[in-house]
Design a protein around this ligand. Structure first.
Ligand code: DOR
Ligand code: ZN
Length: 351
């Protein structure tokens, strides 16, 4: 263990975040906006954000809430939800309007993915336009075939979908989101590309800190259920190695996903971990566990901005090592949500 007690970092960004909509926005946005400069906002609303018009309207609702919270310096970066019917013209418009990317949800893979892509062949016109414009494709990388074991869905996705996609679109810019396996970490690490900014991956704090035993520790733990599901320890260690390697292909994306307590503690509970409360503290714990706190700033504050071609933030933040208590519940609209580590502590947090 290192003996570092405080750390000053360039303000980080969250390159993968769910904030939902409506009255929930005011309850969750402040957690992210007090730690991060920007976040890539996921489009899996009901109905999904499939057009530039919908994304701009969603962005305005987020910005209004940020204004109310006094956090107008925080910048939401908007994504569109790719469907079987996304026309190339929507991609062109999204690019012109500075949308950050398109999100690929294989139909049925996760929360609100029913409108997702049934067959990537249906998207080839849109993908051609994205490749031409340098517009990133953000990928939820899991196959959904019922015969494929839930723990194998990401690894099988690489062979069946991602590799053929990269062969057909060698210049397409790809972010493999919330990777969870050794196979994904090694695939991204070893991908041969001329251009360094063609492929990258985000990694969540919960996949760095927990393996699949955490879903069943002493009983079933619905708040540790997320998608892609937690994997074996060897995979956690491979993710930790990738995140702390100093490779610019790996950067921070929390995938913080608020669901009400009732929808998590349910006979058919929703997938998602709410880490936004003290996401940076969780990442610092993970990096410190293998004595790599010196690699946190690149992962959290530099590499994502560099990949997306955005300026790095200029402000600084200070992280302090001391037990930070996590509330047992947080408000969520008319409901409550249970954050990761509820009722416990996180070893690091903002000063
Ligand atoms: O655990 C997850 N929750 N994984 C996802 O891919 C979606 C997210 C959500 O929106 O709740
Ligand atoms: Zn997500």
């Amino acid at each position: 263990m290192s003996s570092i007690q405080t750390m000053t970092l360039v303000k980080p960004d969250d390159w993968h975040l769910h904030v939902r909509d409506g009255e929930v926005l005011k309850d969750v946005l402040g957690h992210t906006a007090s730690q991060f400069g920007r976040a890539v906002i996921m489009p899996n609303l009901k109905p999904p954000v499939t057009t530039v018009a919908l994304a701009k309207a969603y962005q305005s609702r987020i910005e209004s809430q940020l204004h109310v919270l006094g956090k107008s310096d925080f910048k939401p970066l908007m994504t569109l939800y790719l469907t079987d019917n996304t026309p190339a013209s929507e991609v062109q418009q999204a690019h012109a309007e500075h949308m950050i990317g398109f999100k690929l949800y294989p139909a049925g893979a996760t929360t609100n993915s029913d409108a997702g892509v049934t067959n990537l062949r249906n998207c080839y016109k849109a993908l051609e336009a994205m490749q031409k414009l340098g517009m990133p494709l953000l990928i939820h990388g899991e196959v959904t075939n019922p015969e494929i074991d839930v723990f194998d869905r990401e690894a099988v996705f690489i062979d069946r979908i991602l590799e053929p996609l990269r062969n057909d679109f060698p210049e397409l810019r790809i972010v493999f989101e919330h990777i969870t396996t050794k196979q994904a970490a090694h695939y991204v690490r070893d991908a041969h590309t001329q251009d360094k900014k063609l492929i990258a991956a985000t990694i969540t704090a919960h996949h760095l800190l927990m393996n699949r035993n955490s879903i069943f520790a002493g009983g079933i733990r619905p708040h540790h259920y997320c998608l892609p599901i937690l994997k074996r320890e060897e995979h956690r260690l491979a993710l930790l190695e990738a995140a702390t390697s100093g490779s610019a292909r790996f950067f921070l994306g929390t995938d913080s996903a608020p669901h009400s307590k009732g929808l998590k503690e349910n006979d058919c509970g929703c997938a998602g971990c709410y880490t936004a409360w003290n996401a940076l503290g969780l990442y610092a714990e993970a990096f410190e566990s293998i004595d790599c706190l010196n690699r946190l700033e690149g992962f959290a504050s530099f590499f994502g901005a560099d990949f997306y071609g955005l300026p790095r933030n200029s402000q600084k933040i200070v992280l302090v090592k001391k037990p930070h208590s996590v509330p047992s519940e947080l408000p969520m609209g008319k409901d409550v949500l249970v954050p990761l580590r509820a009722g416990q502590t996180i070893a690091w947090g903002l000063q």
